[in-house]
Design a protein around this ligand. Structure first.
Ligand SMILES: Nc1ncnc2c1ncn2[C@@H]1O[C@H](COP(=O)(O)OP(=O)(O)OP(=O)(O)O)[C@@H](O)[C@H]1O
Length: 265
């Protein structure tokens, strides 16, 4: 795709002479969901900080398309328990007016929490409020650092679905960090597998079978990310299921020994 929203070229970051990010090339395009996965300490948050412009790489280049806005959803927000702050006031601090705040909360599915104190929100509600805050900037690029942290499995699916919907509606680009391999596989256009350097990247299905990915995530990836099943039947040309024992009826190419690899969601 031409004219990317953001590009990193050969970006490296060292902390106390330890290389945490090594010659990273990254392109983020409008309308595309890119997910960054990698083990603890792989440099995901550091890369997010470089993307956001909060950290300048020691070598390499970051190029941001001119005039674009980035919306950021942090991993989590620490709220001082004694601070009386409603969701609406919290979002107003980002400079939004009442109407836009209500619209953003409706869009992220939590209009009912607008007057609730921040401290009383559930994990899933908090994530949706943080997403609403990121959306209030009307971002061209949405950066989400572990957006489903602390959310139950059904809530995670809903949040990933919502992120996809927002991308569809606004056409923004999305970069997100996730540890949730199985859920992410079904919710992303491109996966980047990071372990200081980019181990592999591409379409989720390609990445899930890449030796570098399998080496990093091993059995977990097989259990969580990929499901495969063997068919115990054939299909007649009309689509009718034919049990394994019947062999005389003409069938489609969909053979009983075919193995399907897919992604559980
Ligand atoms: N400001 C810093 N000074 C020194 N070392 C740092 C700094 N920030 C991060 N690191 C180190 O860089 C490495 C990568 O950290 P980073 O937070 O980017 O990893 P991560 O992939 O996001 O990890 P996790 O999945 O555990 O959140 C870690 O070893 C971390 O200790």
């Amino acid at each position: 795709m031409n004219n990317p929203l953001l590009q990193l070229k050969s970006a490296s970051v060292c902390f106390q002479s330890r290389t945490v990010l090594e010659t990273i090339d990254l392109t983020l395009n409008r309308g595309e969901i890119v997910t960054l996965i990698g083990p603890n300490g792989a440099g995901k948050t550091t890369l997010v900080r470089v993307v956001l412009g909060l950290l300048t790489p020691d070598t390499g280049q970051r190029t941001l398309k001119s005039g674009i806005t980035i919306g950021y959803m942090p991993q989590k927000l620490h709220v001082e328990p004694s601070m009386p702050l409603s969701v609406r006031r919290f979002l107003a601090l980002a400079g939004a007016n009442r109407k836009n705040i209500s619209a953003a909360l409706a869009k992220t599915g939590v209009p009912h929490v607008s007057e609730s104190p921040l401290q009383t929100l559930s994990g899933g509600e908090m994530q949706r409020v943080l997403l609403a805050r990121a959306l209030l900037r009307k971002p061209d690029l949405l950066v989400l650092d572990e957006p489903v942290q602390g959310v139950d499995v059904n809530g995670q699916k809903e949040l990933y679905h919502l992120i996809g919907q927002l991308r569809d509606e606004t056409g923004c680009g999305v970069l997100m960090v996730s540890h949730d391999l199985h859920l992410v596989m079904a919710s992303t256009d491109r996966v980047i597998c990071l372990n200081s350097h980019v181990c592999c990247s591409g379409h989720p299905q390609q990445v899930s079978r890449h030796p570098a990915y399998l080496k990093l995530f091993g059995g977990e990836s097989e259990e969580l990310a990929v499901y495969s099943h063997h068919h115990d039947h054939q299909h007649a040309a009309c689509g009718e299921v034919i049990p394994e024992s019947s062999t005389d009826t003409p069938t489609t190419e969909h053979s009983r020994t075919q193995t399907h690899a897919g992604f559980s969601a």
